[in-house]
Design a protein around this ligand. Structure first.
Ligand SMILES: Nc1nc2c(c(=O)[nH]1)N[C@H]1C(S)=C(S)[C@@H](COP(=O)(O)OP(=O)(O)OC[C@H]3O[C@@H](n4cnc5c(=O)[nH]c(N)nc54)[C@H](O)[C@@H]3O)O[C@H]1N2
Ligand SMILES: Nc1nc2c(c(=O)[nH]1)N[C@H]1C(S)=C(S)[C@@H](COP(=O)(O)OP(=O)(O)OC[C@H]3O[C@@H](n4cnc5c(=O)[nH]c(N)nc54)[C@H](O)[C@@H]3O)O[C@H]1N2
Ligand code: SF4
Ligand SMILES: [Mo]
Length: 714
């Protein structure tokens, strides 16, 4: 372990913060102890989201912060940037001088857009805002995007199409216990947002029915009254059968549909051929189950539908999400206590991270960068002419395509590990090799940093003050608990300094994150994600304010659409008739199974943090592929064998677990590892035409037996 951290306020023996991992953003208390670490983590009793509870990740969230591999000094690559080449440590002045002069030289040779930024959804609102502003104002480049593209983009596109606004959950967590019928589709809450489980249990106590829809029986489906075992890619087919019943049996809320929506005819038409009888033949889901769920949800007094990445991370992800939204709209389960839709946001600041300009087509406040009024407003706040603002860039994965095309020559990565988390990652490695300059700002030498020319030490969640917006749309304040180790710098200071070196410091004279937040609030004023009624004082005093909050007098908006007015031009919500389409890759003789990927309870995303947390790592050292017994039998798997998975992009060997609980067509592999354990070597980089979300959840694969002796011989 590294040396014990130094409290930002040395007089305090109890510090407050929030867990760095999922979107619940549980409060934590850091308590000074006599132990080796000097501090321990306890659940905070003072934050309304998860009073008194933390999951394993939260309890162990100090683990990576104090890890001996924490970077403490800038370092540069001595020779070519290749994994394994030696580093040389450097002071900040030299590092920033050289990085800025290389940026300038690249921009002089190839134009401003040759330098790009790749951000992340763990960063604070202030950092998300600053990265967007830095790219447009200091670099004057159009190329910024972030890992949230891999996460919330399909849900965002769907909510914008249906409601005109994208707030992950339309209802606060406190509404869950009031719901009488809860549909959880492609969301493994028990492992991914564990402290949300008590809300579901409270609903169950009030006799709510819970339905899960997933190709696996998960810890979440153990809470369910009905589990629908769905082959990946079939959500729209399945939901069409529910809508078929609701429409044909006249179970929809006619008054609500008539007064507040458009597009009913579209749905009636689209679901015609999806009777429970037909759909049960295609999916193996019993028709009685389809009818029970459709009638149950429609007739329930209140109901909530939650979706997550299971159905969103697909080339049809926007359409699948729209179809689940249809369920709520058609049955009038919107805008009242215990009723609504939610796409369960993933990362710590997965919600705020998508509102303030890290996305290729966005400006702060969820404004669109090609909207002249938005450009005018934001340019004014930033003190530049609107014509100076670049236009729309490209999505996260497409940035690597632009490197291959030779248009992008440099990249700054801050808050992501895209070599592990991007689809078809061998292609990403090839792109990173071509860069003239790759700067990674991280706490660790990540897999992505293996290709970096410069590696700069960033701040951890305990070392940087800021605000975040949790999955409910609650904006709250996270204080700075510790000093950064060694020479590591708070991320926002690094951005300021780099802007200064690039001659654009005048636009970045912030002396605290609070100053950034105040500007962010002004920039968001009048936008969809309007924070303009917020301030640090107000947020701290009320333990969070829900956006939209357009004025100091406005109470904030825990529950969206309460007056049934939506953010589309006609004020109505839009129903969408969905004609289900196939995934980008379907199975065939050579690749007869479906590979789907996802998460484990004890690891987080690319694993950069949790693989450096001994207490979590020891629970899952390597990824284990899950297959159905019928597959094991077909490939003649014997005790001790492993399996080889081969897709059109590559081939890897995994340990294997045989489980009745997975759909017989499907193999599941978690994605928290790099190198030879990295499932993203195999995943498909097909993107959704609108959201540009990669198809992480469905590709065609071959499964073969790989016996131990064979492996030992190689
Ligand atoms: N422990 C842990 N918690 C996390 C994270 C983590 O890495 N680890 N990451 C955070 C982040 S950033 C995110 S985005 C969230 C993600 O949270 P989730 O979306 O809940 O997590 P996943 O495991 O990716 O996928 C959820 C489920 O989708 C199922 N699935 C696969 N294909 C399909 C399909 O076609 N249809 C349906 N209906 N289901 C399907 C999978 O079997 C899986 O159980 O979790 C957050 N919380
Ligand atoms: N196959 C497959 N791939 C997936 C998914 C899937 O379901 N299947 N899910 C996708 C999803 S939903 C997501 S969200 C992405 C996420 O994928 P990544 O973006 O790779 O996620 P992280 O591992 O959180 O990477 C964050 C990095 O930033 C660093 N970091 C964390 N906090 C800070 C900070 O405050 N400052 C600085 N400077 N650095 C920081 C961490 O050390 C880490 O290296 O993965 C996607 N990839
Ligand atoms: S539920 Fe999420 S925020 Fe809460 S402790 Fe676990 S990982 Fe952290
Ligand atoms: Mo995510």
């Amino acid at each position: 372990m590294a040396a014990a951290p130094i409290a930002a306020d040395s007089n305090q023996d109890r510090l407050h913060s929030h867990c760095c991992y999922c979107s619940m953003q549980c409060g934590i208390d850091l308590i000074r102890t006599e132990t080796e670490l000097g501090w321990e983590v306890k659940p905070s009793q003072n934050f309304p989201v998860a009073t008194g509870r933390l999951c394993q990740k939260g309890l162990n969230s100090l683990g990576h912060v104090l890890h001996p591999e924490r970077l403490q000094l800038p370092q540069r690559r001595i020779a070519a940037a290749r994994p394994g080449e030696a580093w040389q440590q450097s002071g900040w002045e030299d590092a920033l001088d050289e990085i800025s002069s290389r940026i300038t030289s690249i921009q002089q040779r190839y134009g401003n857009d040759a330098v790009s930024v790749f951000g992340g959804g763990s960063l604070t609102n202030e950092m998300s805002y600053l990265l967007g502003k830095f790219t447009r104002v200091a670099l004057r480049s159009k190329y910024i995007d972030y890992n949230g593209r891999y996460c919330m983009s399909s849900a965002a596109a769907a909510q914008i199409r249906a409601f005109g606004i994208d707030r992950g959950m339309n209802v606060p967590l406190d509404d869950i216990p009031m719901a009488k019928y809860i549909i959880l589709a492609g969301t493994n809450i028990a492992e991914c947002q564990p402290t949300m489980v008590p809300y579901l249990m409270a609903a169950k106590k009030q006799k709510a029915i819970i339905v899960t829809i997933d190709p696996r029986q998960t810890m979440t489906s153990k809470l369910a009254d009905i589990h629908v075992n769905l082959q990946p890619g079939f959500d729209s087919v399945f939901v069409n059968s529910l809508l078929h019943v609701i429409v044909n049996e006249g179970l929809y809320d006619k008054a609500f549909v008539e007064s507040y929506t458009t597009g009913f005819e579209e749905i009636a038409e689209a679901v015609q051929h999806f009777s429970p009888d037909t759909v049960s033949v295609y999916t193996g889901i019993p028709k009685e189950v389809i009818r029970t769920i459709a009638r149950g949800f429609a007739n329930a007094e209140t109901g909530i539908v939650l979706t997550a990445r299971g159905l969103e991370q697909q080339v049809n992800g926007v359409e699948h999400t729209l179809n689940y939204i249809n369920l709520c709209l058609l049955t009038g389960k919107m805008g009242k206590p215990g009723s609504g839709f939610g796409a369960v946001t993933g990362q710590a600041n997965g919600q705020g991270g998508r509102e303030h300009g890290q996305k290729a087509d966005q400006l702060p406040g969820y404004r669109m960068i090609d909207d002249p009024a938005a450009r005018q407003h934001v340019a004014e706040v930033w003190g530049i002419h609107p014509d100076e603002l670049p236009g729309k860039g490209v999505s996260a994965y497409e940035l690597f395509g632009k490197i291959h095309d030779g248009e992008i020559k440099a990249m700054i990565v801050l808050g992501s590990n895209p070599l592990v988390s991007s689809p078809n990652s061998a292609n990403v490695a090839e792109a990173l090799k071509k860069l003239e300059l790759l700067v990674v700002v991280d706490m660790f030498e990540t897999e992505t940093a293996g290709y970096a020319h410069w590696l700069l030490p960033g701040s951890s969640f305990l070392e940087a003050e800021g605000t975040l917006t949790n999955l409910e749309g609650r904006v709250f304040h996270r204080p700075r608990a510790f000093h950064t180790p060694g020479e590591a710098m708070e991320d926002y200071k690094l951005i300021r300094k780099l802007a200064e070196k690039l001659g654009r410091g005048a636009y970045f004279q912030y002396d605290s994150p609070e100053e950034v937040f105040d500007e962010l609030c002004r920039a968001s004023k009048g936008g969809k994600a309007d924070y303009s009624g917020m301030s640090y004082d107000r947020i701290k005093a009320s333990k969070g304010v829900f956006w939209p909050c357009p004025s100091e007098q406005h109470p904030g908006t825990p529950r969206m659409f309460e007056n049934n007015s939506y953010y589309l031009p006609d004020g109505r919500a839009k129903l969408h008739g969905i004609t289900p389409k196939k995934p980008a890759e379907t199975t065939d003789r050579d690749y007869p199974y479906i590979l789907t990927t996802g998460r484990l309870g004890n690891h987080y995303l690319s694993g950069a943090q949790t693989r450096r947390t001994p207490a979590l790592m020891k629970k899952a050292m390597v990824p284990v592929a899950e297959i159905h017994p019928s597959v094991a039998e077909r490939i003649k798997l014997r005790f001790g064998d492993r399996i080889r998975l081969t897709t059109r992009r590559g081939s890897l060997v995994f340990d294997v677990k045989i489980s009745q609980e997975i759909h017989p067509t499907t193999v599941f592999v978690p994605f928290h590892w790099g190198g030879e354990h990295s499932i993203n070597v195999l995943t498909n980089d097909a993107l959704h035409p609108i959201s540009r979300m990669p198809e992480f959840k469905v590709c065609a694969t071959r499964i073969e037996r790989e016996d131990r002796e064979e492996l030992a011989r190689h």
